[in-house]
Design a protein around this ligand. Structure first.
Ligand code: PAF
Length: 289
């Protein structure tokens, strides 16, 4: 597995793939890898879109998408363990740029960018409302990574569903040639969605945490059955979560494309974010298809 620490090393590796006629399957991450990331890598390797692709994983904790400096400082950095896992998965190369390599005019005060990629209405609600500027940080770094890597495909997890839809929209609206592929959320045996932040759950909170997905599933079943109103179903799930100690940011039912609330039963997606102790959990569940 090649370790590429600068954009120049990445460009050299990319030129080699191009010379050999090999397409690049790309998995962008912020590191601290878990089984969810490894499923993305498997999907990149086995995509039907490319035959025998070169799989490249990037590990870059992107300061531009953190609106809380404490959260950025706390974000776990586990490069050696991450690279060992990726080597065992047969990944071809890992891109590990510094902040200065991605944001060439960066200073201690910021990225030094004059121009960035600003998402529209899709980024206004839910995560976008709770974390102002977060999605502009994501779209900007993903656009930069796509330009640097020039992947034929890029793989994203469905756990961050709003992020996935915004990246898809950016690719479509700005004519990137990369095809975005998504992978279902990887879960612990009790249903908790895997996340790098789960390690900060206290043992007591870890026991309660699976309730978020349990309530999403319960709401999904009830909306599908259509006996109670969507408003009632959502209110019952929120009450159950609050009673169990969650502080809810949102627990909503939306249409899948615009991610706007829908009050009638039918195909859609339930999106949820809630705090348990110091950890913010994010999850979702599709209703119909
Ligand atoms: O989902 C993530 O880990 C990040 O938002 C991403 C896509 C790697 C961009 O920094």
């Amino acid at each position: 597995m090649r370790l590429l620490r600068t954009r120049a090393e990445l460009a050299q590796w990319r030129a080699e793939q191009q010379a050999d006629g090999i397409g690049i399957a790309f998995v962008p991450t912020m590191g601290n890898l878990h089984d969810g990331h490894l499923r993305l890598v498997e999907q990149a390797r086995n995509t039907s879109v490319l035959t025998s692709p070169s799989v490249l994983v990037s590990i870059f904790v992107n300061p531009l998408q953190f609106n809380d400096p404490g959260d950025l400082a706390r974000y776990p950095r586990t490069e050696a363990e991450d690279c060992a896992q990726l080597a065992a998965q047969g990944v071809d190369a890992v891109f590990l740029p510094s902040v200065g390599d991605i944001y060439v005019d960066a200073t201690v005060d910021g990225t030094g960018l004059e121009v960035s990629v600003q998402p529209g209405a899709l980024a206004e609600h839910w995560e976008g409302a709770v974390r102002p500027g977060h999605f502009a940080g994501v779209t900007t770094v993903v656009a930069k990574l796509f330009h640097l890597v020039r992947p034929a495909i890029a793989v994203f997890g469905e756990k961050d569903f709003q992020q996935l839809q915004i990246v898809r929209r950016m690719v479509r609206d700005l004519d990137f040639e990369t095809k975005v592929i998504s992978v279902p959320t990887e879960r612990a045996s009790d249903g908790l969605a895997l996340s790098s932040r789960n390690r900060f759950l206290s043992p007591a909170d870890r026991r309660v945490a699976p309730l978020l997905y349990a309530q999403l599933q319960r709401a999904e079943t009830r909306i599908r059955q259509g006996v109670d109103s969507v408003d009632q179903v959502l209110a019952d799930s929120r009450d159950a979560l609050v009673a169990a100690g969650f502080e809810i940011d949102y627990f909503v039912f939306c249409d899948v494309d615009a991610l706007l609330p829908r009050r009638d039963a039918g195909p859609g997606i339930l999106l949820a974010a809630a705090r348990l102790g110091v950890v913010r959990l994010l999850d979702n569940s599709r209703v119909g298809s």
